[in-house]
Write a protein that binds this ligand. Sequence first.
Ligand code: UDP
Length: 422
Amino acid sequence: MNSNTEKRIALISVHGDPAIEIGKEEAGGQNVYVREVGKALAQLGWQVDMFSRRVSPEQELVVHHSPLCRTIRLTAGPEEFVPRDNGFKYLPDFVKQLLQFQQENNITYPIVHTNYWLSSWVGMQLKEIQGSKQVHTYHSLGAVKYKAVDTIPLIATKRLSVEKQVLETAERIVATSPQEQQHMRSLVSTKGYIDVVPCGTDIQRFGSIARQAARAELGIDQDAKVVLYVGRFDPRKGIETVVRAVNESELRNSGKLKLIIGGGSTPGNSDGRERDRIEGIVQELGMSDIVSFPGRLNQDILPSYYAAADVCVVPSHYEPFGLVAIESMSSGTPVVASDVGGLQFTVISEKTGLLAPPKDVAAFKTAIDRILLNPEWRDELGLAARRHTTEKFSWDGVAVQLDGIYNQLLTQQVKEAALISK
Ligand code: UDP
């Protein structure tokens, strides 16, 4: 094999740095996805380079995750945090830096797997300039998002047109759920090739500790009734719904009910503002004694939080996939989730948890109480949730499916090259 056909791949995630701390503003599922896919692909023999934009002069330029997998940070635009809606203007520079990196290291990526629409634009340039095959995962679709927000950003028109273009031109689009695939078809374009490959989770890590031990570690009473939220502070995550639902719970005055809201935030930034708003509601409802905010939960402590909970709530207004739901299920904890998007695919209502209409406080209250008031059923749901996740959503399984797609594209490329040389 020459250097263009070996198993070498670039995962491009301009704004979602796979090596950064997860759980704060704009660092969530996409960062985890890219990092875990990269590591799992390396296990299958791929040489994986993950490209992201450097956002601080203190950040290392290269982070090694394993011998074949590294994150490379390119300097494109200011070395500071830039909200993703303002990131488009730095992309030409990002492409330039990536091409320069290839030149300096004497490599060309035969395949680029791009993440989110900003990176899809970078991928389309690489395809045009050097014939790289492009695989793309959206992580979020503008066409869905803009239906649900009050103010549409200036960049919307650009985003929608780039999202359509990549669907129609990439060699392969990866939808993470059949629901996302359907949205692409009904809202973006009927052209293009879509495969459904779900997101995954670390089934060893999430499921490594039992409830009793986890509660002892976190200092939670063994007979407490624990409701957990994990995720970013963003109004679209629907944290208000779970707060109000827990306030209505039949166990509200039992002295046992506890709501943990885990996730990081920076005062003054948009996630800090949402956290203040949620804390305001907690105070207004007189819930301060039963609600705790442990801040950003790192990967080492997260499994204990999931395991300690009786139920994990994912009240998002919309969710293309929702990693938190499968992390919780992998930990043996049932999920009460909004009946939307990827959550309809991962959570089997009445088997691994319950689904409720988004923003519907009464429905969330009923679902949470059904689980809290019936510990035996809770355990049954938890066991089924663990089984379901290990069967369907391990990163290794996800990587095998992606490996299949990339191999097809490489074989196709070799055939194309042979035809040209004839
Ligand atoms: N997360 C974390 N620590 C936190 C909050 C969240 O590690 O304090 C992780 C969480 O475990 C999950 C990801 O951030 O892997 C969130 O992904 P999800 O798909 O649920 O939501 P997104 O952030 O992509 O909207």
